[in-house]
Design a protein around this ligand. Structure first.
Ligand code: ADP
Ligand code: MG
Length: 238
């Protein structure tokens, strides 16, 4: 559960090729981080995995099943964005339970799953509040909680912390690391923050203009950067 294979994935926007044939095997339970400069294709690649963006060429395989043309709902993944888009008129509990409820889950199951997620994210005291009565960090927790409640085979994060101030970013980084330990699920995490990448990743994928510059553990990239681009990004000694 949660193994994801990218097989020569390409993305074209009309004549513009932004993802140029990416091969990658992600193991079940791995924490993979996509890094690279703005515009290199991180979000596009993540959105193609999540099914929010059509794959122009190549194949996406999840747990041995080709899902290249499947809609997001059939992929068993869940995405967390930097803009958390909570429903303002709903309580935290209702926000977190909404997708399960609309999928027809019994009320008792929704309650139980929301309570479990709330306890993991320390949101237990806030379940009756509206989003506007929460801090930025708490809102981001609710957004993550919505994903947990859906019990996805993998979590996809697109710069989830970039709207938070520096102190909160550090705190949430620990929360996300803990979440990965607790749930043991595959996570694919996009960031342009090198510290986030180095501390969270089992393996980092460095992207440059739609191709993979290097894939490796934080230590491998730091000690043996494949090229100057990676060295500068990771901050290795020259
Ligand atoms: P990143 O997330 O790494 O900053 P993106 O994946 O957002 O990069 O964008 C990669 C490239 O694709 C950029 O050149 C961007 O302008 C282009 N791009 C993204 N979305 C679209 C779109 N819907 N139509 C045309 N070009 C796009
Ligand atoms: Mg992006």
């Amino acid at each position: 559960m949660g193994a994801i294979r990218l097989d020569r994935i390409e993305k074209w926007f009309e004549e513009l090729q932004v993802i140029k044939g990416i091969d990658l095997e992600i193991e079940d339970g791995e924490f993979i981080v996509f890094v690279g400069p703005s515009g290199c294709g991180k979000s596009t690649l993540l959105r193609m995995i999540g099914g929010l963006e059509e794959i122009s060429r190549g194949n996406l395989v999840i747990d041995g099943k080709d899902v290249t043309s499947d809609p997001p709902s059939k992929r068993g993944l869940s995405m967390v964005f930097q803009s958390y888009a909570l429903y303002p008129h709903m309580s935290v509990r209702e926000n977190m339970g909404f997708s399960l409820k609309t999928a027809g889950a019994p009320k008792s199951e929704v309650t139980e799953k929301v309570d479990d997620a709330a306890s993991i994210l320390k949101l237990g005291d806030y379940l009756d509040r509206r989003p506007k009565a929460l801090s930025g960090g708490q809102r981001q927790r609710v957004a993550i909680g919505r994903s947990i409640v859906r019990d996805p085979t993998a979590f996809l994060f697109d710069e989830p912390l970039s709207n938070l101030d520096a102190a909160l970013r550090v705190e949430m980084r620990y929360e996300i690391a803990k979440l990965h330990q607790t749930l043991g699920r595959t996570m694919i995490y996009v960031t342009h923050d090198q510290v986030e990448a180095m501390t969270l990743a089992d393996r980092i994928v460095v992207l440059e203009f739609g191709t993979i510059s290097q894939v490796g553990t934080p230590r491998e990239l730091y000690e043996r950067p494949a090229n100057l681009f990676v060295a500068e990004f990771i901050g290795s000694p020259a």
